[in-house]
Design a protein around this ligand. Structure first.
Ligand code: MLT
Length: 272
């Protein structure tokens, strides 16, 4: 069955209804966008709106986020498997996969398990390392804090790391939009994902095996996945390109949508 284009579409992957947005002509090269933690497909709205003129762009909600159904099976591994099954059900053999932060962790794991699914790889504000012991401990104390106090204090604290100081002081409408997204996720899914992030395995040892063209993008002021992690990806993936975005922190596609979209378009249209 050919799936339609549009907003809030739904497809059943295994036992789970997955919600996705799609923009662009079905004949065009496909880009699949994977959101970061704890956001949803709406974080890619500015990409679908513009890049949909040239490419078939699809952004889906991971289970328990946005409008996708919840599941108890939360791990980077199962998210990578979900990407493969989603593509199978959408009848997409190969696509450029674009993942931000956790979306990048998923893409880096999926390219190890399902290399034939990838035509290109776009790694945004992400890294290949596993959590340090200290990072892991912090995730588990965040889980306890959410179980005790709910998502409110966590969201306020996390917001400070997502954007540049300057943008945090501004009245940009995306600030409230991201906060609303974070507060609308289910607390069980958020704590389950924190555990999945804490337990994820590294993918740095697989970088030299990547055979497709790769673009690395990072906000120059990213505090969560700092530029040095992107530089490591760039130096260790054969032939990878890197673009650093000024006046952007962790959510570089939201803070610099124009530069971000130009980078993706240029990369998609380049011969490698
Ligand atoms: C994300 O944006 O996906 C998360 O900040 C990733 C992480 O916490 O490691």
């Amino acid at each position: 069955m050919i799936q339609p284009s549009g907003q809030e579409l739904e497809i059943k992957v295994g036992n789970t209804f997955i919600s996705y947005n799609e923009a662009g002509d079905k004949q065009n090269p496909v880009i699949i966008f994977i959101h970061g933690f704890p956001f949803d497909k709406k974080m890619w709205n500015a990409q679908l709106e513009v890049l949909g003129n040239k490419f078939r762009c699809i952004a889906f909600d991971l289970p328990g986020y946005g409008r996708s159904q919840k599941t108890n099976d939360i791990s980077i591994e199962s998210y990578a498997d979900l990407l493969d099954s989603f593509m199978h059900l959408m009848q997409i053999d190969k696509a450029a996969i674009c993942g931000l932060s956790m979306g990048g962790y998923i893409a880096l794991r999926a390219i190890v398990k399902y290399p034939s699914r990838f035509s290109r790889l776009i790694l945004c504000d992400t890294q290949c390392i596993a959590d340090t012991d200290e990072g892991r401990k912090k995730r588990y104390s965040t889980i306890e804090a959410i179980e005790k106090d709910g998502l409110g204090p966590f969201t306020e604290g996390f917001m400070k790391n997502l954007f540049t100081e300057k943008n945090l002081q501004s009245d940009e409408s995306y600030l409230q939009a991201i906060k609303t997204t974070m507060l609308s996720a289910s607390p069980e899914t958020v704590t389950g994902t924190l555990k999945a992030l804490a337990e994820r395995i590294e993918t740095c040892s697989n970088l030299s095996d990547i055979k497709v063209p790769v673009l690395v993008i990072c906000g120059e002021e990213d505090k969560i996945t700092p530029v040095k992690q992107s530089q490591f990806l760039h130096e260790n993936i054969p032939g990878a390109k890197i673009i650093l975005l000024p006046n952007a922190a962790h959510l570089s596609n939201i803070e610099q949508p124009g530069l971000f979209n130009d980078a993706v378009k240029g990369f998609m249209e380049s011969s490698n």
